[in-house]
Design a protein around this ligand. Structure first.
Ligand SMILES: [Zn+2]
Length: 343
């Protein structure tokens, strides 16, 4: 049984070099802590510079250790840099995607890439998605569930979704905010609660705004098992029944849950078993968040205690990912892509 990780992160080596010599984008810098190099963001967030971020052989070795055959690699959300001006933002996204393409080319039967997009300029984001898929061979893109203060159901982002739909590639929604969130400054709650909350708000808005009704072919993937959405979707359904403000979608919100694929990152077998029961094993895909400290473990470690049936287990291990990304990862074989679209 092949095991495919849909949630693994990349940072270009030259961005780390630039951060080290004081020319990192947006104040990105490097500090040493007891012999360990840390990447430091202007918001204060810092983490060890694992070679897995940029060195394909280190990544493959880390995957081997966890029994992972293939990985869908996306830029670390910490380097989305949506607050940069459109010109420099688009140029940086292109450089990051070029570097990611070289990274995954080192092992094409084991690695595939998801582009980062300059969402501060939706037209440029759509063009970069086209280039990333058509020229660089990426299997989709990863974007924030919100862009600065703007939710994804803002009409300005429709062009990005229409392009993904026309190219028939999924978008992975990944929270990226690393500063201290209002109300969540302590206990690392900015990440622990803030990140799944951001996904929950985004998914709720995409459903309730009618965005998914207008884009019936759009495929989205959610990290951290969809945040709090699966557990609270009954509340959305009830709101849709009784509140006029919540009536923006054609059908009860829970009927949209299968429009998404969810990674397995719950850190809880009971929660993961509930998720599979709710949305189906063909909407749940193994994910690790490698190499961050919030990553989860091997397939066995994550599925242990879930008592999934063998078929469901196989689906979560790789079947869902292969269907959602239209790719047989271990052979690098891709389903035929539609011709390039005008954006
Ligand atoms: Zn992640």
């Amino acid at each position: 049984m092949a095991v495919t990780d849909i949630h693994a992160h990349f940072i270009p080596a030259d961005m780390i070099v630039a951060a080290r010599d004081g020319s990192g984008p947006s104040g990105l810098s490097v500090e040493a802590d007891d012999g360990t190099e840390l990447l430091v963001h202007r918001e204060g967030y810092r983490y060890p510079i694992s070679p897995v971020f940029h060195d394909p052989s280190a990544r493959l070795a880390a995957m081997d250790q966890l029994g992972i055959d293939a990985a869908v690699v996306s830029a670390s959300p910490t380097i989305y840099f949506y607050w940069l001006d459109p010109g420099p933002g688009a140029a940086l996204a292109q450089r990051t995607n070029d570097a990611l393409a070289r990274h995954v080319e080192a092992a094409p039967s084991r690695l595939a890439g998801l582009a980062t997009l300059p969402m501060q300029d939706p037209q440029a984001a759509a063009a970069e998605l086209e280039r990333a898929v058509g020229v660089l061979g990426m299997v989709g893109a990863a974007i924030g569930p919100v862009v600065g203060e703007r939710p994804l159901d803002d009409p300005r982002f429709t062009v990005v979704f229409e392009t993904a739909q026309a190219l028939d590639v999924p978008l992975l929604l990944h929270p990226y905010y690393v500063g201290l969130r209002p109300g969540l400054p302590d206990f690392y709650l900015t990440n622990l609660v803030g990140n799944p909350l951001e996904t929950t708000v985004s998914v709720s808005r995409l459903i309730l705004s009618g965005m998914l009704d207008r884009l019936p072919g759009l495929r989205l993937a959610l990290v951290h098992a969809g945040g709090f959405t699966p557990y609270q979707v009954g509340r959305l359904d009830h709101g849709w029944e009784v509140r006029p403000e919540s009536k923006g979608c054609l059908a009860p919100p829970s009927s949209y849950l299968r429009r998404f694929v969810y990674d397995t990152l719950t850190h809880s077998p009971a929660a993961l078993a509930y998720l599979v029961g709710l949305v189906g094993a063909d909407r749940v895909a193994f994910g690790t968040d490698m190499p961050f400290d919030m990553m989860d473990g091997s397939l066995d470690a994550q599925l242990g205690g879930t008592q999934l049936a063998p078929d469901d287990r196989e689906m979560v291990a790789s079947g869902t990912a292969e269907a959602w990304f239209r790719t047989t990862f271990t052979t690098g074989e891709r389903a035929a892509l539609p011709r390039s679209v005008e954006v």
